[in-house]
Design a protein around this ligand. Structure first.
Ligand code: SD4
Length: 329
């Protein structure tokens, strides 16, 4: 059956097709054999250009996707002009900069840290959790102690603005007596997906999360299946935006599962965004976006509101691409 039609009949529940995911994945790899694998990397938002360049240094010499996605987002983690990733990110409501990150490889191995303070490269700590422990996720003090024990570099924010902005926020919040908001001005997590010359996929995601979040709050970014998911038989996806909404639909996993059942990366991202929209009565300020890549290296992206973009790099291209969207702000 034609792939797209199968998706419509089956995955969306419009027909009575009985699924056989294995058959679908065989179909996909059959298609993929017909064309050569081209290494490619994509990542969320404008800072993705610099991050992709670092990832590309790994991919262009035949390196592994897992190394590329770690090296790539490490650039953003130390970019102090980025106020949503790494130690230069905005703090929580109590003035602490707490970081979330995760990583996943082509063997479905994954590692994650959440609510981690004072460490320069959370993504590398997440990778160490994946490679050196029996666990997937470490949080808070435990994650910090693990990172110190592994010799990871400690670092506090050198930015005076972090404290100044926070003090201003505290004052304004008291005046307005309202909760913090996530919107298109105060968030730009980096999520990255790469396919290497062997055709293997990996992904990474790192953020300081929702600006002025409640102390203890963890978003989607370090949650495997929400902020990031990789299934090397099928594809990979990562998310940006309001983490609570993304977690609610297990966003990145949902995108990958749609691809498993035959959706293109673009169709899969659109389906997940539409599901978020359906599940929320009030979409005010609720921006969420996904990027996805399948085993053929095809890419898609979609968001609730306009304004979301992603960076793409391969042998021929180095560019920003505007994602499709459901509605305008
Ligand atoms: C979070 N998803 O902590 C993150 C924020 C984000 O672009 O993606 N900002 O909810």
């Amino acid at each position: 059956m034609e792939r797209r039609r199968f998706f419509k009949m089956g995955f969306l529940g419009l027909g009575v097709t009985v699924f056989n995911p294995k058959k679908i994945s065989e179909l996909i790899s059959h298609e993929e054999n017909s064309s050569a694998i081209v290494p490619r990397v994509v990542s969320t938002w404008n800072h993705g250009i610099a991050a992709n360049a670092a990832a590309w240094e790994v991919l262009m010499i035949g390196g592994k996707a897992i190394d590329a996605v770690e090296k790539g987002v490490m650039v953003t983690e130390v970019d102090l002009t980025n106020r949503s990733v790494g130690i230069g990110g905005r703090p929580d409501a109590s003035g602490h900069v707490t970081l979330d990150a995760c990583i996943m490889d082509d063997r479905s191995r994954c590692g994650s840290v959440a609510y981690l303070e004072g460490i320069k490269h959370p993504i590398s700590v997440a990778r160490a959790v994946m490679e050196t422990t029996q666990h997937v996720m470490l949080v808070g003090k435990g994650a910090y102690e693990f990172a110190c024990g592994q010799g990871f570099e400690k670092s506090k924010t050198p930015l005076k603005e972090v404290k100044d902005d926070w003090k201003k926020w505290v004052k304004e919040e008291k005046e307005k007596a309202k909760r913090p908001e996530i919107n298109h001005e105060n968030h730009d997590t980096i999520g990255m997906i790469a396919i290497d010359a062997q055709g293997n996929l990996s992904g990474s995601c790192t953020t300081s999360g929702w600006a002025y979040k409640m102390p203890g709050r963890v978003g989607d970014s370090p949650i495997i299946g929400a902020g990031l998911f990789v299934d090397n038989e099928v594809g990979a996806a990562c998310a940006t935006g309001l983490g609570e909404a993304i977690i609610r639909i297990a966003g990145s996993h949902t995108v990958v599962e749609a691809m498993r059942y035959g959706a293109s990366p673009q169709e899969a991202c659109e389906m997940a965004v539409k599901r978020i929209i359906e599940k929320h009565d009030d979409l005010t300020g609720l921006q969420c976006g996904f990027i996805a890549m399948n085993k053929k290296g095809e890419v898609g992206a979609y968001s609730v509101y306009n304004g979301f973009n992603y960076a793409l790099k391969d042998n021929e291209r180095e560019e920003m691409v505007d994602a499709g969207f459901d509605r305008s702000w």
